[in-house]
Design a protein around this ligand. Sequence first.
Ligand code: AMP
Length: 290
Amino acid sequence: MKLIRRIADVRAEVARARRDGRRIGFVPTMGFLHEGHLSLIDRCRELSDWVVLSIFVNPLQFGPGEDLERYPRDLERDVSAAGARGVDLIFAPDDRELYPGEQTVVVTPRRLADRLCGLSRPGHFEGVLTVVAKLFAIVQPDVAVFGQKDYQQALLIRKMAADLDLPVRIEVAPTVRDPDGLAMSSRNDYLSEEERQRALRIPRALADAVGVYRAGARDGPRLRAGILGNLEAGGGVDVEYVEVVSGDALEPVERLDDDTLVAVAVRVGGTRLIDNVRLGSPDPGLETLV
Ligand code: AMP
């Protein structure tokens, strides 16, 4: 496995892999790898035969006052975890390599970014789409794998690839959870044990929503109110949003169906956590809580 810092060197390696007839797979991350990221690598290896992992904490997607500076980093550990999972190349540029000057051109979503996480993080998805477009242009993958945990992000990347005719297949892999149900996240590292206990209301509330749906509930607003109540019961969890929306347009739904997405964002202590579930799709990590 190679660890590469420069765009030109990635291009040379990619050209070689292509000459060898390889199908190129790509997993973009911000590093501090956990089993969720590693599951994307596994999926990517199933779909390709040469896997590039990028590790880059993208300043463009952080707003003022967010955790850019204190975002956890451990490149050495990431390199050994990625190597053990069969990554062929890690691209870990520094800020100046990807942003040598201010971007004159960025990728701005016209729709779907004005809701859910986009409301509290203005410019966030513009930053995400811009860096992913740049990384796609550098790596030129045949397939790229993203996590359902960041559902809105994966949806926007899919739309970007379709609308800009990017020749890449976008694959979305299921959310990986700790045994207690909490979705894995690099930011879970910020949580104290006591905060983590409070954070467990998130998977429990999502599992409860799935259970209620399976038992026949079909009223969107009522489900939403129930989830909100579960998250807030006992205090100590600040709810940013609870949304019960269609999986494609992210529009609030009156009537629940299998396509409905339940998405939440909360703050526990200073830590912002997001999670979601599709009511009709299996989420193995939630099953024991349903
Ligand atoms: P990040 O490093 O947080 O930017 O995440 C990089 C990729 O890993 C994104 O596609 C995320 O959706 C995905 N990811 C993060 N957490 C998880 C998880 N718990 N399960 C599956 N994928 C995840």
